[in-house]
Design a protein. Structure first.
Length: 184
C-alpha cells in the first residue's frame, strides 16, 4: 500500500491538469487541488481501500470546484470571476485561437454544465460516472450536457465571421451531437 505522499507524487500533475480544465484558471485549480490534497491526506487510509481512489479524488476536485464557485460567487461579483486576460495576438494557424475561443466559451458556462463537459470530453467519462462524480441522476447529466452544448453551439456560431468558414473550434462543438457513451 502506498502512502498518500507516494500516491499524490505520481498523480498530482494529472489531478492538476483535470482541475485546470475544470476551473479554467491555473491559480484556482492549484487552490482546489491543494484543498483536496489536504482533505484526502487526512482520510487516506479509507480512500486507498476504495476500488477506484483516482475517481474518488476526481470527485473531490469537482465538489471543491463547485463549492468554491458557490462561496466566491457570494463574495465576488460574477463579472470578476470571468477571465479578464488581455486579447492575444492572432495565431496564423488558427489552432491556438480556436483553443482560446473554446476555453473562453467554456468559462461562460454555469459550473455544473462546465463540469459535465470537462468530465465527458476531457476525462472521457460516461453518464453514470459523471452522475456519480456530480451526485446527481443520469437524466440530470444528459440535461446539463445538452444545455451546455446548445449554448456552446450558439456562442461559437455567433463568434464566427458571417463571411468566412466556421472555426475548427466551432466545428468541434457542432460535432458534439451525441455523447461517446450513450446509455438507454
Amino acid at each position: 500500500m502506498k502512502t498518500f505522499a507516494e500516491w499524490f507524487g505520481g498523480e498530482r500533475l494529472a489531478l492538476l491538469r483535470f482541475a485546470t480544465a475544470l476551473c479554467a484558471d491555473p491559480g484556482t485549480a492549484q487552490e482546489v487541488v491543494q484543498e483536496v490534497a489536504y482533505r484526502a491526506s487526512t482520510r487516506w487510509p479509507s480512500i486507498q481501500r476504495l476500488e477506484h481512489p483516482d475517481a474518488y479524488l476526481r470527485r473531490m476536485v469537482v465538489n471543491e470546484y463547485l463549492s468554491w464557485r458557490r462561496k466566491w460567487g457570494r463574495l465576488v461579483p460574477s463579472s470578476d470571476l470571468v477571465d479578464g486576460r488581455p486579447e492575444l495576438e492572432r495565431d496564423p494557424t488558427g489552432n491556438v485561437d480556436d483553443r482560446h475561443q473554446l476555453q473562453a466559451e467554456l468559462r461562460k458556462l454555469p459550473p455544473r454544465q462546465r463540469a459535465v463537459i470537462v468530465l465527458r470530453f476531457y476525462e472521457d467519462l460516461d453518464d453514470a460516472e459523471i452522475a456519480a462524480a456530480l451526485h446527481c441522476p443520469r437524466g440530470t447529466v444528459r440535461s446539463l450536457h445538452s444545455r451546455a452544448l446548445r449554448r456552446l453551439r450558439v456562442e461559437m456560431a455567433d463568434a464566427d465571421s458571417p463571411v468566412g468558414p466556421r472555426t475548427s473550434a466551432a466545428r468541434l462543438v457542432a460535432g458534439f451531437d451525441q455523447p461517446k457513451h450513450q446509455e438507454s
